[in-house]
Design a protein around this ligand. Structure first.
Ligand code: HEC
Length: 282
């Protein structure tokens, strides 16, 4: 009876271990490509987003990815929220943040003229959501050889392997294609994809953008590194990790404060226990 129980416990533990380690990275084509595990700034219980990297990542998204991929669940003002890449201490209300206002104005939003009812184009404001790139899914497929570019704001949560998956997807294009993968026109070899095929041409190439300097929360400028493929892939992944979990920093902060509180409470309880029972033999 007990051995049976132990056995099933072992099996369960084994299954958990497989899911937690190898299983998570089982995706991949038929090549011997090995997923690169990066050390992300946001991993771990004290991890925070690297704001400068996420700011550059927004630039990569805007200048490269946004011609095909929407950020459906974000509005412009989210970029300036606490914990967000462009949060500035001088602008606790992101609607006043000059960066956020400029980014919003840089997009064209389709709206309805309230007087005439006509469809009009106007510059974005901070309260707007990131607009759709295509009129509908059929139009998106028509422009991409039949494939649908997924919306990216939650892609880091939506794919097994998370940030490592997205980073590797963007950097693995040059990996050697095995002979048994046949590509039809419009398909590209990428060992991170199931079957090794993807309908997205390598979006990043050396020097495709020139990084603008970034700023910290106090408004000081930080020089940008060179825009290599790895750098751009890491930066856009940092940005997409933030967009998939914008409240992470607040959540971790609350967790730490709860631990501190419980620690102090246990000390207090220990001393009150000692005091309450001090005259009792035990
Ligand atoms: C020219 C259009 C185009 C551009 C630009 C583009 N993509 Fe894509 N992307 C696609 C299409 C189409 C797909 C769907 C591919 C498929 O289903 O095979 C896709 C798929 C993806 C996927 C999902 C892969 C999966 O696991 O299903 C990710 C992640 C992604 N793109 C990220 C990016 C990032 C990040 C950028 C910018 C650096 C970018 N893309 C730029 C067209 C594009």
């Amino acid at each position: 009876m007990t051995s049976k129980l132990l056995k099933s416990l072992f099996v369960a533990a084994g299954a958990v271990a497989v899911i937690a380690t190898g299983g998570a990275f089982a995706a991949g084509g038929s090549s011997d490509y090995k997923m690169e595990h990066k050390h992300w700034h946001f991993n771990g219980p004290f991890g925070t987003y690297d704001k400068a990297a996420a700011q550059r990542g927004y630039q990569v998204y805007r200048e490269v990815c946004s011609s095909c991929h929407q950020l459906k669940f974000l509005s412009f003002r989210h970029l300036g929220d606490k914990g967000a890449p462009f949060h500035m201490e001088d602008y606790p209300n992101p609607n006043d943040n000059p960066y956020v206002k400029n980014f919003a104005a840089d997009w064209t939003i389709q709206d309805i003229d309230s007087d005439t009812g006509d469809v009009i184009d106007r510059p974005g404001i901070t309260a707007d959501n990131f607009p759709p790139i295509y009129a509908n899914d059929a139009a998106a497929r028509a422009s991409n050889g039949g494939a649908l570019p997924p919306e990216l704001s939650v892609i880091v949560k939506a794919r097994t392997g998370g940030a490592d998956y997205v980073y590797n997807l963007l950097t693995a294009y040059d990996a050697h294609k095995p002979d048994d993968v046949e590509l039809t026109p419009g398909l590209y070899y990428n060992p991170v994809m199931e079957g090794g095929k993807i309908a997205m041409a390598a979006p990043l190439s050396e020097g495709i953008i020139e990084y603008a300097p970034t700023t910290d929360a106090e408004g000081n400028e930080i020089a940008a590194p060179e825009a290599t493929v790895e750098q751009m892939a890491a930066d856009v992944t940092e940005f997409l990790a933030w967009s998939a979990d914008p409240k992470m920093e607040q959540r971790k902060g609350t967790g730490i404060m709860t631990m501190v509180y419980l620690f102090l409470l246990s000390i207090l309880l220990w001393f009150s226990y000692k005091r309450v029972w001090r005259h009792v033999e035990h």
